[in-house]
Design a protein around this ligand. Structure first.
Ligand code: UDP
Ligand code: MG
Length: 130
């Protein structure tokens, strides 16, 4: 699956702590890189959300600072990563999830994770196809 540590978490120096959360749940980090997106790249990445009212702010935010993109491997990686991340809104996320622990708000929720195997492939290609 594809995981992103978003700008709010990178800014608060949470990269190592969040990577440890994945490792503790049996994920191998196969590839990772720290990058900063252009807004146009964020718009392409979040294209599925282009009709949503939060799309413009979301793309500005994702391109506002450095992020860490990672390929995470384990059995049932997509589903297990979504469980570990918790609900989109940190106030609704379960105890022990990354968003509950580190998320600031529904937009600054610290991590992204692919929502299906199909999208995982697309998102991995987006960042790591070269
Ligand atoms: N988002 C937002 N406002 C909303 C819903 C979502 O700012 O009302 C942002 C949030 O950062 C979220 C991202 O848009 O992580 C993508 O939304 P999605 O519904 O795909 O949530 P996710 O898959 O990240 O849980
Ligand atoms: Mg999503």
């Amino acid at each position: 699956t594809l995981s992103i540590i978003k700008p709010d978490a990178v800014e608060r120096n949470l990269i190592e702590e969040i990577k440890q959360e994945f490792k503790n749940k049996g994920f191998n980090i196969l590839k990772e890189k720290k990058i900063k997106l252009e807004k146009s790249e964020a718009e392409k990445f979040y294209k599925v959300h282009q009709s949503k009212p939060f799309y413009n702010d979301l793309c500005s935010y994702l391109s506002s600072g450095p992020i860490v993109v990672m390929i995470l491997e384990r059995e049932s990686a997509v589903v297990e990563n979504r469980k570990l991340m918790g609900a989109t809104d940190p106030t609704k996320a379960e105890e022990g999830t990354i968003r509950k622990k580190y998320g600031i708000s529904i937009d600054k929720n610290s991590v992204h994770g692919s929502d299906s195997l199909e999208n995982a492939k697309i998102e991995i290609d987006f960042f790591f196809k070269d």
